[in-house]
Design a protein around this ligand. Structure first.
Ligand code: NAI
Ligand code: ENO
Length: 365
């Protein structure tokens, strides 16, 4: 008999997790979402086999329960589980971008005979919704797990086995460490991206030309400001302490820059940029996972003849060599994905710029 996976929240991440589980396991996937539309799309794309009418109904015989809703909803659902009947030995996990409050809340599941292991796949996109779900979304990314102290190692391995189709690299962190680090590398940058956009919006009131000029670097640095406001509102509220600390140190750094500019301190300004460049250039391009890493660029492509030659033609026109090209998905009525591999980061960056100029949607995972 097939085992049952129940996913609550069938958006970008819930849908991608479902697809990656299916890659490796012959399972029955049941889904629940507040949005009828998301459920309809998830069913028609065969991302799920069955729709649950309620969460209570869906959890009953599930071997694996995954919450992929905004983090405040996940917290509430975990609390609700205490009132439902659950299958003995089931594993409960989530994909939320914050961990401490969720893991704290899940202590209430201890007496239910199930094990909660917090999770956070560290990859995604500014897109939302199940139609953007991709089985390869987490390939080579880190997948953080935050098991409570004393969690049976066999259950952690069992969860990793469920999720092996993500082809991610699993690491364990404490929830506090997770929130501090995710705050710095992900949550805080979202605040900055949104604030940069607000600044331009204000200037636009005085001079509408500014939006038309906002290209290149501005678009790169603010891409993430197009992400879901509901999701990011919840993340900020859940990771309040880390974000307040980061804001404080950022504000003081901005004050220092202000002084350097006021004083026209050219050498200190140069050092500021040089140090940032050195650190950024030294960042690992991509952490190696179970499969070798390449300089990969993913391109959403409409499913029509000639599209591959169009993409390769654009690269050839700019003398960018490919080391590999793979079609990852082609299904009726949805975009396919091309995985383009390059020899160097520089080639990948140039390819991304030129393909975006030609209106292709590209992303790096
Ligand atoms: N977007 C990203 O790149 C990443 C997001 N995450 C986390 O994944 C979770 C889901 O985010 P996405 O999939 O990106 O968002 P999404 O907006 O694509 O999907 C969220 C889904 O949850 C559903 N939902 C909302 N409230 C609900 C409720 N009360 N009951 C049932 N369903 C409900 C929505 O209808 C939607 O389908 C969030 O906790 C987020 O922090 C984690 C890693 C990456
Ligand atoms: O779009 C991007 O680059 C992201 O930042 C995706 C993302 C969003 C939330 C997460 O918790 C992890 C990754």
């Amino acid at each position: 008999m097939k085992r049952t996976v129940f996913i609550v929240g069938l958006g970008l991440i819930g849908g991608s997790i479902a697809l990656s589980i299916r890659r490796e396991h012959d399972v029955h996937i049941r889904g629940f979402d507040i949005s009828e539309e998301q459920l309809k799309v998830a069913s028609s794309l065969q991302i799920i086999d069955e729709v649950a009418s309620t969460v209570e109904e869906g959890v009953k015989d599930a071997d694996l329960i995954i919450f992929a809703t905004p983090v405040s909803k996940t917290e509430q659902f975990i609390q609700d589980l205490t009132n439902y009947s659950l299958k003995a030995g089931a594993i409960v996990t989530d994909v939320g971008s914050t961990k401490r409050r969720i893991v704290d809340k899940a202590v209430c599941l201890k007496e239910k005979g199930v094990t909660f292991i917090g999770g956070h796949p560290m990859a995604g996109s500014h897109k939302t919704g199940v139609e953007a779900a991709r089985a390869h979304l987490f390939e080579n990314a880190f997948y953080i797990l935050t098991p409570a102290k004393g969690t049976d190692l066999r259950l952690i391995i069992q969860l990793q086995n469920w999720l092996k189709g993500t082809k991610a690299t699993f690491i364990e962190l404490t929830p506090t460490q997770h929130d501090r680090l995710a705050g710095a590398i992900s949550h805080f940058p979202h605040v900055i991206a949104a604030s940069l956009v607000h600044q331009i919006a204000k200037i636009e009131g005085e001079d509408p030309l500014v939006s038309r000029l906002a290209a290149g670097g501005f678009r790169d640095i603010t891409r993430i400001a197009s992400a879901s406001p509901t999701m990011w509102r919840d993340i900020l509220l859940h990771n309040k302490e880390s974000l307040l600390q980061l804001l404080e140190s950022w504000t003081s750094e901005m004050d220092q820059i202000k002084t350097l500019i006021e004083e026209e301190n050219a050498s200190a300004i140069h050092t500021y940029f040089q140090d940032a460049k050195d650190f950024r250039d030294g960042l690992p391009v991509r952490k190696k996972g179970a499969i070798p890493s390449f300089y990969d660029l993913f391109v959403d492509v409409p499913d029509h003849p000639g599209v591959i030659s169009d993409v390769t033609g654009i690269l050839a026109q700019h003398q960018i060599s490919l080391t590999n090209i793979r079609i990852l998905e082609t299904r009726e009525d949805i975009m396919g994905v091309l995985r383009l591999s390059f020899r160097s980061e520089e080639d990948r960056e140039r390819a991304q710029i030129h393909l975006q100029q030609e209106m292709y949607d590209t992303y790096i995972l």
